[in-house]
Design a protein around this ligand. Structure first.
Ligand code: GAL
Length: 350
């Protein structure tokens, strides 16, 4: 009997120390249907494993309940840190309570997690600057600074459940609004407020449908469309499809200035073909490296490196953040930004 108890005790100690010493990190990504998240997930996993961590990587197919379930499993499995790119930033309050109860640290990845005290760090790109870069691109392409105009523009915004979408929009409008006020920029559809122009789920098909309606209702009688503000590439690719179907891309009906973000492969091809004008580049390898750095600091009980402790208020607290810097790619510089940097191979863009 005594021998049996000793064996059980031995096993219990072994199990608990394995649990305590676990280097298991949970990585929750929103979907695989948008190119960048596949790169984000594999970059983080590879870099963490290279540092000796085990990684539980999950994708949730843009299904909020599935993501909550995946996070609950990661907590049960004893993950020490959760790296979360949320689908709906406001839907994780309950599951993060349980993470806290289990002393699990949480890093919000790319998108801020809202309405909870149980998020420790935020790693992302300067989201306001992303919008500023898109607004400045339109400003320079149309020659607005030199007093040119008026020009016709239509506006799109990202998914309303994604906190980034408001930052992108505010950044772009910080450049474009003065021209709307002065009449140098006109929105023939009249659709300007965020809720009206937001596309749920960053869905290409919904963006294409909205662009179809805007063209039918406002540009059928030959009115010129000079620019379209698209906050990212999944929307831009839908907008390009709509413009193509409406006969844009000729000398009489040239493609409007069209922005984007993420430098997804189909969109870089559209850039090269002159259908899209630019895409904001956010090197997912850089963001992954920053997050891996944060994980290591947390695992060594050290404060993680942050460079912004003011901007990101999730309605409960200011979340200490690290902002990486975005740049943009267009027809003139995509080779140096995307191929010379090793982000893509030449063959990826053919
Ligand atoms: C945003 C992200 C963008 C874009 C978009 C759609 O949160 O910052 O890079 O990918 O989601 O996935």
């Amino acid at each position: 009997m005594k021998r049996f108890l000793l064996v059980v005790l031995g096993i219990a100690v072994a199990l608990s120390s394995a649990f305590c010493d676990s280097k298991l990190i949970g990585v929750a990504m929103p979907t695989q249907s948008l190119q960048r998240w596949n790169q984000d997930g594999s970059n983080i996993k590879a870099q963490l494993e290279a540092k000796g961590y085990q990684v539980e990587l999950q994708y949730a197919n843009n299904d909020v309940n599935a993501q909550v379930q995946q996070l609950e499993n990661m907590i049960t499995k004893g993950c020490k840190v959760l790296v979360i790119a949320s689908i709906d930033g406001s839907s994780l309050t309950e599951v993060l309570k349980s993470a806290k109860e289990n002393n699990i640290k949480v890093i919000a990845y790319d998108r801020l997690i809202m309405n909870t005290p149980n998020v420790d760090y935020y790693a992302t790109f300067d989201n306001f600057k992303v919008g500023v870069i898109q607004g400045q691109f339109i400003e320079s392409k149309l020659g607005l600074k030199n007093g040119k105009g008026p020009f016709n523009i239509e506006l799109f915004a990202g998914s309303p459940d994604d906190n980034n979408a408001t930052f992108f929009n505010k950044g772009a409008m910080s450049i474009l609004q003065p021209y709307l006020n002065s009449g140098k920029l006109v929105v023939p559809s009249g659709q300007k407020n965020f809720t009206t122009i937001a596309i749920q789920g960053w869905d290409s098909g919904k963006a294409q449908a909205r662009m179809d309606n805007l063209i039918t209702a406002n540009y059928a009688k030959g009115k010129k469309l000079d620019a379209v503000l698209s906050p990212n590439d999944s929307l831009a690719i839908g907008i390009v499809a709509s413009l193509k179907n409406a006969g844009y891309g000729t000398a009489e009906k040239p493609y409007p200035v069209l922005t984007g973000q993420d430098c997804d492969k189909p969109n870089v091809k559209a850039l090269i073909a002159g259908q899209q004008s630019m895409s904001v580049f956010k090197d997912t390898r850089t963001l992954a490296a920053q997050v891996v750095d944060m994980v290591s600091s947390i695992m060594e009980n050290k404060p993680a490196a942050v460079n912004d402790t003011k901007t990101y208020n999730n309605t409960v607290k200011i979340v200490p953040s690290f902002l990486c810097q975005p740049v943009f790619a267009d027809k003139t510089n995509y080779k140096s930004i995307l191929i010379d940097s090793g982000y893509y191979k030449e063959s990826d863009l053919q």
